[in-house]
Design a binder for this molecule. Sequence first.
Ligand code: BG6
Length: 489
Amino acid sequence: MEAVTALNPTIITVFGITGDLASRKLLPALYHLSKDGLLLKNTRIVGITRSDTTSGQIIDSLAENLESNKITVDQTVISWLKEALTMVSMDPANHEQYSVLKTVLDGLETEQGICMERIFYLAIPSTSFATVVDRLGMKDLNTGCQHGKSKRSKLLIEKPFGYDLKSAEELIEHLKKSFHEDQIYRIDHYLAKETVQNIMTFRTQNALFRQSWSNAHISHIAITATESIGIEGRVSFYEQMGALRDLIQSHLLQLVALTTMEEPESLHAVDMHKAKETLLGQIRPPSSDTMQDYSVRAQYDSYQDEVSTKSAVETFAAIKFTIDNDRWKNVPILIRTGKMLDQKATEICVVYHQEGQQDTNVLTLRLQPNEGIVLQMRIKKPGFTDEVQNVQMDFCYNEHNNAAHPDAYERVLIDALKGDHTLFATSEEVRACWRITQPILDAWEANKTPLHTYENGSEGPIEASKLAERCGIIWDLSGNHICRVHPTT
Ligand code: BG6
């Protein structure tokens, strides 16, 4: 893997270190970064917990987790992590206890004798963000470094950013009191996926697609993010979220933006965000008259037993969006996502027009699994025949030795350490995504769209296919356009 440009010595403080996200994503990312030599040896990690969990326990369970994922654990890295991690037992809601945290952070810096930047990583429910951020601000933890010029601390925040448009607006305003926009890194881990970063490069570097990237050639775009897992025990989180808030409001609208926005002046943060914000401002949900035809919500059969309550939360959502600009006029953008379906598949299908025929040229950007880019074409079937058949051309990551790429959370951490905002969501992007989602939430809340059910392990509710048919589209996820391992010759 390529080297990362010089990073500053940093103390990463993790709120929620004993939680699910830290154990599944963050700690493994720290392990891999350290193993690959991408973290400075003097990086320090501080874990905040209400309990008396020790650093040894946290790192031992990380090692077990890695082993259970068939990773041969490097004991040198494990020892380093044990030494680098300091646990602070405190109640994040208690203002006074932030003095203890400040003393620990100052002490760690003094031990190193150099300026250490500070990152606060909030892997906690979004309802606690405001309290923690206020208290960090009140105790001057929004700046740091006594050995040299004072530096602004960085705040890394997990999604969801708010619960609806109103709460997101409030949170944006609230955070501004203690942290500037350029100190805040709003994580959307989809943006840090290698395949997602490739969208813009692919669009701009290939004349063939660059010149045909509009309604003159493209009939529709279909984005799918299905999961075979259910809610994995995250009952209280999911009961507040549902599929629309959990996946569409953030990850999938970001994918729409990257796929359809105007080319930015450069691929740097400011230009990328500018182009994305403009496009997000042009996405339209179904109107209230058409909401019932163009939005579908459904729940998998065993959901209510799992959450032990009569819940109306959707675990599947499908929506037709439109984009209000000249380039995308009359091009339906279909999005669907759901849990407990027959397969895990995340892909963007860009379907080209062909008079009288369905789906002849389909460009699939496959984000996971079997990552790659696949183009379906029509050719004459070889032999004594005039028949025409579909074939595919592909670039598949699994066939390229140089295509090994870091996990999204490794990228998130490195970019935050470097201070690069490109792969994080701005407050305006978050706002725009809630503006798009809010009318759908309101209509569903008012029961304007019925809540359907679907069988566990199925392709989802039939109503989603009907929605696509209303747009003249067959919603195909048959695995036709995915990377397969080619036989070696
Ligand atoms: C998270 C959602 O943001 O993304 C989860 O909260 C979901 O519900 C996950 O399972 C999917 O991420 P990935 O990277 O596995 O597609």
